[in-house]
Design a protein around this ligand. Sequence first.
Ligand SMILES: Cc1ncc(COP(=O)(O)O)c(C=O)c1O
Length: 388
Amino acid sequence: MSLSSLAAIPPYVFYELDARRSRQRDAGKSLIDVGIGSPDGPIPDVVIEAMQRTAADRGLSGYPEFRAHPLFRQAVAGYLHTRFGVSIDPGTELLALAGSKEGIAELILSHTNPGDVVLIPEVYYPVYARATMLAGAQPVCVPFLPDGRLHLEAVASSDLARARVMIVNYPGNPTTATITLEDHAVLVDFAARHDLLLISDLAYSELSFDGYRVPSVLQVPGASRVAVEMHTCSKSFNMAGVRIAFVAGKREAIAQLDSYRSNIGYGVTTLAQMAGATAFTHHEAIVPPIVAEYRARRDALVHAMQAGGWDVQSPKATMYLWLPVPAGYDDWGWVDALIEGPGVVVTPGITFGEAGRGRFRVSLVQPAEVLTKAAAAITSMAAAATSS
Ligand SMILES: Cc1ncc(COP(=O)(O)O)c(C=O)c1O
């Protein structure tokens, strides 16, 4: 990374949103914050107990192992097997990470040279583009087809020739787009034909509704020859503040990431790894009530938006609604009007790239009754703009 590549990166939109939110709060305004996707639910009790035991264990006070603690490896391998039917070698095909955001950045930094191309979805989680720019490489957006799949044939052959990495995100933040195993197989085949490292960002693996079960790219036969997958405890287990995630898959990519990370750090805190190991071990008990709560919130929000006259479909996964900015507003104009008027904080679509312009994201990070109020505020604000 060079200082010039850091200087060339525009400020993070969440910083800007934070500043606007703080200005209103400092002025004494009470806000409904459905902007950032930070879960408001509690860390599961069984995880808290594991952290307490770990903190008191004198045998665990030294540096952690570089790749992962044996108990974390075992728990993750068990989770991947029971949840997806995927078998990995936890010694060589797995690495613990302090969150998938920095794991994705480190994967990009350890797999690209300046001038290389990284293929990312046209509406994307910001780190995909930002880490690519930090590496001096070039993010190239792959457009979506109307059904949310990637239009791979639209990638220019000149870009493809320079591409080293392709990142996909299903279920998608903010799009909520989902994927089938067959579509994952198409991505694996494309990556293999073009010699790309395929990174599947599976941040919302457990947050799905109405019978939809999120697949893993590693379920595709042969996927671990080209793909790695990022999993995190942040969303599925209400553990965003603990900072624990993992990457599993292609062993050469894991080894390269490990060698990059071992030059700059000491592995992930043992406390976080034990918390993660406990969450993955108990996933079948922990996840259902969390999903039930998000489903109730989604239903309340969707119904309230529909009652306000909006044609909103229920997303099958994630913790978001991805909505069009109403006529009469631009992105920031709409976000500002909602903050300064009824005091509702939403995320502008441009946070997720140029193709996100004209949309905004609402996160299900408030109880159902608060989301209902937010929806009423949003729909009446939009109605007032059309009638004026
Ligand atoms: C698609 C996606 N990937 C990664 C992350 C980051 O997760 P973590 O907390 O593991 O860094 C998020 C967080 O919002 C996300 O939406």
